[in-house]
Design a protein around this ligand. Structure first.
Ligand code: AMP
Ligand code: ZN
Length: 498
């Protein structure tokens, strides 16, 4: 088996993946900030990591997959100022901050389920780990990399940078980073322009605050991920991921915090997903160009000309490599819908191929070899930094062969039984297990069954009330649609399609 290579943002190259403990992978992905609905851009990142998680499992690794919920500590301003987003939303919606958290966490889970992403093995929350964050801040202070001013604790970036390169993740020198930031004003408590808050003093009216050695307050955003990843994966773990927009600040600060606390490099492989864009601009909560997943599923967005199923949207994302930008468009979604249908049709053909006599030697060895080569490309492409786009290209090259097997243009014995079996197996494993796709046709038939059972129930109730006009109407109209109801002796009703 070829080795798995992944692009590491830290070294800026593809590296062969070697987990710290053979056979086990620890992976941490920054989760959503749950003060509003996730948009499709957020979903792209979580779906990309779902594929990575699924593929690691497919390779046989036992994966501890931690994805947090940020439910505290996000301020509106980018310089540790302003209201926190949860309190603001809570006031706006006249709810408790924790009701906001609950509402949007449930919504997030629902969306993730619709996209058929696997749940992480641990989903810790920032508010559930306040004491771990406080402990870590105490350590950083004791090690001399932080300072307290009036109940707020800041990380001392310049001090840290004297020993370790602060901008290592994005390959930038401190001088360059400083150039891009505003001068400190007279009001500022910070010593350095790049310093960031580890703990923030709460104003009395602040809705979410906790006691700490520095008084009542709440944690800064970055410390939660350092504290929770360390708690569940150790001081050093294999993979840390998130969207590319997190690298320059959030992840840069995470590295600095962990190193300042434990003097160890926290993460071996940093994986960053590229952005989903709309007309070339990054989809974001603040820019207001975010599509909500349900707007796609119902077609309820001015830029959409119809509804698309969650699986079409998931497939649309898989057609582009996770490190490339992906621009959202109607045309691309339409093409994805058609492409996905072609793949499921091919899958069904393979599932229903008649079992013939065992063919050891293919009658068309050239074609047989071509099929095997294309099948080998599935794993080879995934081993090359999870290149889902290339797997799909190989799948689409196989589709005409599969279609011709059905039409008889290619005789079944052109391929060996072993090759046919591999085709069937690989299509099935890749579509369902690795890519996490579900057949919409099957989902549709499940829905149809539900609707039929509802009609059967209404008919039963009508008959019980001697409302034969309604019960006959249901029976006759269904018959016109080719569905025949049959009243069984035991009082139940069965149906068949004619
Ligand atoms: P947030 O809830 O804003 O903290 O974001 C959750 C995740 O979505 C983070 O990993 C972000 O990097 C990622 N993200 C935000 N916007 C986009 C986008 N337009 N495309 C892809 N990922 C995004
Ligand atoms: Zn994080």
């Amino acid at each position: 088996m070829e080795e798995l290579k992944m692009y590491n943002s830290l070294s800026r190259q593809k590296e062969i993946f070697k987990p710290i403990t053979p056979g086990y992978v620890g992976m941490y992905v920054c989760g959503p900030t749950v003060y509003s609905n996730v948009h499709l851009g957020n979903c792209r990142t979580f779906i990309s990591f779902d594929i990575i998680y699924r593929y690691l499992k497919y390779l046989g690794y036992k994966v501890r997959y931690v994805r947090n919920i940020t439910d505290a500590g996000h301020l509106e301003g980018d310089r540790d100022e302003g209201d926190d987003k949860f309190s603001k939303k809570a006031r706006l919606e006249q709810l408790e901050p924790m009701e906001i958290v609950q509402k949007y966490t449930l919504g997030f889970h629902k969306v993730m389920e619709l996209f058929n992403t696997l749940p992480p093995t641990i989903e810790p929350t920032a508010t559930g780990h306040i004491s771990e964050q406080i402990e870590m801040i105490k350590h950083i202070l004791a090690n001399g990399y932080a300072y307290e001013v009036n109940g707020t604790v800041y990380f001392d970036v310049e001090k840290y940078n004297q020993e370790k390169p602060y901008g290592i993740l994005t390959n930038r020198k401190l001088e360059d980073l400083l150039e891009g930031t505003r001068e400190l004003g007279g009001q500022d408590e910070k010593r350095g322009r790049l310093d960031f808050a580890l703990w923030i003093k709460a104003k009395p009216e602040h809705l979410m605050q906790w006691p700490s050695p520095w008084g009542m307050g709440f944690p800064g955003w970055h410390i939660e991920c350092s504290a929770m990843s360390c708690k569940y994966l150790g001081k050093q773990f294999d993979i840390h991921g998130g969207g590319m927009d997190l690298a320059a600040t959030h992840h840069t600060n995470e590295i600095a915090q962990s190193e300042a606390c434990y003097h160890e490099k926290p993460v071996n492989y940093w994986i960053h997903t590229n952005m989903l864009t709309v007309n070339g601009a990054r989809m974001s909560k603040t820019a207001g160009n975010g599509f909500l997943p349900h707007q796609l599923f119902t077609g309820g967005h001015p830029l959409l000309d119809k509804a698309y199923s969650p699986m079409t949207v998931r497939f649309f994302m898989l057609q582009t490599h996770y490190r490339s930008t992906l621009d959202f468009s109607n045309e691309a979604l339409q093409a994805a819908e058609k492409g996905l249908k072609r793949l499921w049709d091919a899958y069904e053909i393979l599932e229903n191929l008649p079992a013939g006599n065992e063919i050891k030697e293919a009658m068309d060895p050239e074609l047989d070899k071509r099929c095997i080569d294309l099948l080998d490309e599935f794993d080879a492409s995934m081993n090359d930094d999870f290149n889902t786009a290339r797997v799909l290209a190989a799948m689409f090259e196989l589709v005409p062969v599969i279609n011709s097997l059905k039409s008889g243009q290619i005789a079944l014995n052109s391929l060996s039984t072993g090759t046919l079996e591999q085709l069937r197996k690989k299509f099935s494993i890749y579509l369902t297990d690795v890519f996490g796709l579900k057949n919409d046709k099957e989902a549709d038939s499940g829905r149809l069954e539900g609707v039929l059972q509802l009609l059967i129930q209404i008919r039963k109730e009508a008959r019980a009330k001697k409302d034969f006009a309604t019960s006959d109407k249901i029976r006759n109209e269904l018959q016109q649609q080719g569905i025949v109801l049959k009243d069984e002796k035991d009082g139940s009703v069965s149906w068949s399609a004619v």
